[in-house]
Design a protein around this ligand. Structure first.
Ligand code: C2E
Ligand code: MG
Ligand code: MG
Length: 580
């Protein structure tokens, strides 16, 4: 080979090494260009390099062509070099020449070097890909958590975290898709949904699968709206060639990375978005939830309460407080509501801090039974002492309604303490679904049949429906305090009207009426004017410990002499009475 040709050869070899040394994937067109130069230099008609992932791939003819060049003139195989790895993957590089033409020994040595270089570079590069594939992808080919952490670390190093939003998401009711269409279709649908999101995020972030139908993503915050659209739901075709589609949506917990994130390790983002997704999954705050500290505090509180509840029950930390119900005409104690108080760590925890937590599972049922039992115990003691006893109402969470033994259990407790049924009342709140409505009707009817009174609690908040009053044989209607007009409201206000009509309707269908949250003299007057005879509220008494309430039983009359002359006059008139 002359000097010029030799110089060209070294130039091409150098270029080939350069192009193949690029770490993040090489540029195919540049390599083909080098290969073309080589072919021209050595009179080769064709050059090809094939990669087979394994023996099985080779048998099936599944080839990956790395650098083809063909000048169109056919030829014979002039040289071939191959490399087979321990895992069975192989690279084969071949060059062809026109029939009759031959490489000189010098040329042959140079082409040999070129082919060997090519083969070893490809083998190494593919190996790198295989490592990447194995280490940063799961068995189904989705990028995995390790790749997510690598992305976060990179953003952290570049100081770009603040431009991003991170999230975890879970496909909603995906089990149903699997059930309905089978696992294979399920997998395909997941892949498509994943790819839709990946298509939106592209180079501006990273999406991974954490396992099952749980995923995580980090993306430039400017994409948030588009990403949320995907979470809200997209139709995914599940049968190639048809228009058959299924709507896929996600429950997602998001965290827009703020300046405050500061010094924290990028990896701590996971600690924020993962639990947020769980909140989104529970759907208590919607299915798209943003991380905020209050929510975290709530979650910690929930976990704490759940954890210590069994011990608290065992230690007798729950107590009954009684709040009197008073006849507003005569100022006489006519009943009481049992309200739960938790004595814990030297303070009294109000129900709002633990009842909603216990209502998330069936723990509340245990507490409700305990309350009923403690009330029965008190009633038994009063009866044994010959005290005058009033009807006591016990709150029962809706959670109890699905329990088929509920009725029997209530009656068993009441009868075990030999409490005449007329002294027990069960307060239940309204329900929203048809199924729950049926359960509610069954339980209330059953209780009424055995002479245990029932009350609709908190009427007026939520979905108060007239069907609820019409179709279920309640004894008492408890009007929520939100219905009660405030002192400054005019008599013609909407609240006044509503209150008036709710009371008169309840009376007409034969319900006893109790108004909750009566705090002022004026409100007492409103009750009386509208013929709602029973009040429960701070005007008379706050919920009180049992010893204090016993004092009330023994002295059941309230002193109403401080009420106005007008009041006393009307009270003396004595309106039509209801038995409470
Ligand atoms: P509820 O059944 O509607 O009970 C009435 C609530 O109103 C009580 O709150 C009572 O203290 C409060 N209240 C009474 N009069 C007034 C007033 O004049 N003004 C104001 N602002 N509030 C008044 P509490 O004791 O904090 O209980 C809250 C809720 O927790 C109860 O609402 C009930 O839904 C639930 N709860 C309490 N004890 C139990 C229980 O043993 N089991 C179940 N399942 N729920 C319970
Ligand atoms: Mg109640
Ligand atoms: Mg209430």
């Amino acid at each position: 080979m002359d000097e010029k040709k030799t110089a060209r050869y070294y130039e091409l070899l150098e270029r080939m090494i350069d192009e193949m040394s690029v770490t993040d994937g090489y540029d195919r067109t540049k390599i083909v260009d080098v290969v073309k130069g080589i072919c021209e230099l050595f009179r080769l008609t064709k050059a090809e390099t094939e990669f087979y992932r394994s023996e099985a791939f080779k048998k099936r003819g599944e080839v990956e062509r790395i650098s083809d060049y063909d000048n169109g003139k056919s030829g014979r195989l002039a040289m071939q070099r191959r490399m087979v790895s321990k895992t069975g993957s192989s690279v084969i590089s071949s060059v062809y020449m026109e029939e009759g033409d031959e490489l000189t020994p010098d040329e042959e040595a140079k082409v040999d070097i070129l082919l060997r270089t090519m083969v070893s570079f490809i083998a190494r590069n593919r190996l790198q890909n295989a490592i990447e594939q194995l280490g940063f992808h799961d068995e189904e080919g989705y990028p995995n958590m390790r790749s997510f952490m690598r992305f976060l670390d990179k953003l952290g190093l570049e100081g770009k975290m603040r431009e991003y939003t991170a999230c975890c998401f879970n496909l909603r009711r995906f089990g149903l898709v699997n059930q309905q269409f089978g696992r294979e279709v399920g997998d395909l649908v997941i892949k498509k949904y994943f790819n839709i999101l990946k298509g939106i995020i592209g180079e501006k972030g990273h999406v991974i699968r954490m396992g099952g139908d749980n995923f995580a993503a980090i993306f430039k915050s400017e994409l948030t709206d588009q990403v949320i659209e995907v979470f809200k739901g997209v139709a995914v075709t599940y049968e190639p060639g048809t228009q058959k589609r299924v709507l896929i949506s996600s429950a997602a917990g998001l965290y827009k990375i703020t300046d405050d994130f500061g010094e924290q390790s990028p990896r701590s983002i996971m600690d924020m978005i993962f639990p947020t997704m769980h909140t989104a999954k529970s759907e208590t705050n919607g299915t798209i939830v943003y991380y905020d500290e209050q929510m975290v505090a709530m979650r910690d509180h929930t976990m704490h309460v759940r954890e210590i509840f069994p011990k608290a029950i065992k230690n007798g930390e729950f107590h009954v407080f009684y709040q009197p119900k008073v006849d507003v005409t005569w100022g006489k104690l006519v009943g009481a509501e049992a309200l739960c108080r938790w004595f814990h760590d030297g303070r009294i925890v109000p129900p709002m801090e633990f009842i909603p937590v216990l209502e998330q599972n069936t723990d509340i049922c245990k507490l409700d039974y305990l309350m009923l039992e403690m009330v029965c115990k008190d009633l038994r003691r009063w009866l044994d002492m010959g005290r005058r006893v009033v009807r006591v109402s016990v709150n029962l969470s809706r959670k109890n309604l699905t329990d088929v033994d509920l009725l029997d259990n209530i009656i068993e407790i009441v009868d075990r303490y030999e409490i005449p049924h007329e002294f027990i009342e069960i307060e239940l709140t309204e329900t929203t679904t048809d199924v729950a409505f049926r359960d509610l009707k069954r339980v209330v009817t059953g209780l009424e049949e055995v002479g245990i009174a029932t009350a609709v609690d908190d009427f007026g908040i939520g979905y108060s429906s007239l069907t609820l009053l019409q179709d279920i044989p309640w004894k008492v209607l408890k009007i929520d305090r939100s219905f009660l007009p405030a002192d400054e409201e005019k008599v013609v206000s909407k609240n006044h009207m509503m209150f008036k009509h709710v009371v008169s309707m309840a009376r007409e269908i034969g319900l006893e009426c109790v108004t909750e949250g009566v705090e002022t003299k004026k409100q007492v007057m409103i009750l009386r004017k509208n013929h709602c005879h029973v009040a429960q509220g701070f005007f008379f008494d706050k919920p009180m410990p049992v010893e204090e309430f016993e004092g009330r039983i023994d002295k059941p009359m309230y002193d109403l002499s401080h009420l106005s002359e007008e009041w006393r006059f009307k009270a003396d008139e004595g309106p039509a009475r209801e038995k409470v």
